[in-house]
Design a protein around this ligand. Sequence first.
Ligand code: GAL
Length: 355
Amino acid sequence: MKHKNMRLITLSLGAVAALVLSGCSATNDSGDEALTIAFLMPESNTTRYEAFDKPLFEAAIEELAPGSKVLYSNANGDPTLQQSQLESVLAQGPDVVVLNAADSVQGEGLVDTANSAGVPVISYDRLIDNENVGYYVSFDNPQVGVLQAQTLVDHLTEQGVTTGDLLMVNGAPTDPNAAQYKEGAHKVIDGTDFTIVGEFDTPNWAAADAQQWVEGQLGTIDRDSLIGVYAGNDSTASGVVAALIGAGISPVPPVTGQDAELEAVQRIVAGTQYMTVYKSIKQQATDAAEAAVALARGDEPKSSSETNGIPTTLLTPVALTAENISDTVIADGVYTAEEICTAELTSACAELALK
Ligand code: GAL
């Protein structure tokens, strides 16, 4: 174990009691010890954590270590709440904490808190830059930004649009991924003749803040020159699209996104959002579950690279437009065509041959 033994002296009484309890934990049918694993997610403006990460992680743990318990909490974007959620799960003696930090800087301290209680930490999706993190799983995040911007730029170029104004609605300043998306997107856009006329970091990725900022911009920029909007994810994209439609801008210029949320895929079918980035949360949650079980059993998790000394796995994101809905989210069983194709999307779905 990397952390110093001295730290163990700082164990709270609750954590000691919990460790004693976990020492007596049950075994499953195959004789393996049933585990207790904390799964702490950062916010709920984005639907992925509750709709996919949580159930997929729980299912993977049940498969790998039947009878194990997953302690789930969502910090709703509040780092102080996440700190108390961590303290409360530590009091229940988890074998591993899987942490997606609401605030990456504060997350560095949370890793020390967990390690002090003898509990290893997996950094989930957002990097926590603390060398005592046991494992990190995410996507190639700069590549997410490249895909967003390149898909937008290629689309505009195909339409014969090579100059004009763009707005950039980035993600949360507390999320290191948002900086990487932004960096990847800039790499593409800065090499074109398009002009970024306004750029915003959206607190906590909230749709309402993205909407309000775009509404403000539409009051000052030349609307006729606006040829597209970079939005960092589908939550911010929903605010952007609401602002554009609310201002009577029609047709809605191409807007990017990320996460392949159901409503975003429906906007893509309807033509009010141009693209999203599909990241297989099943792959990510399963990978994290395998690493969690390995760490809990004292084994090394499988990894393919290192990030600042932390064993790492980075998964591959895919650009999703109206052209490949069937080959991505439908083929992978994320959504059925019936779920996507509501009554008002019937004819658009038929045109795309979604079934
Ligand atoms: C990022 C994550 C995205 C998006 C966003 C908002 O860190 O990679 O998938 O959901 O946070 O939570």
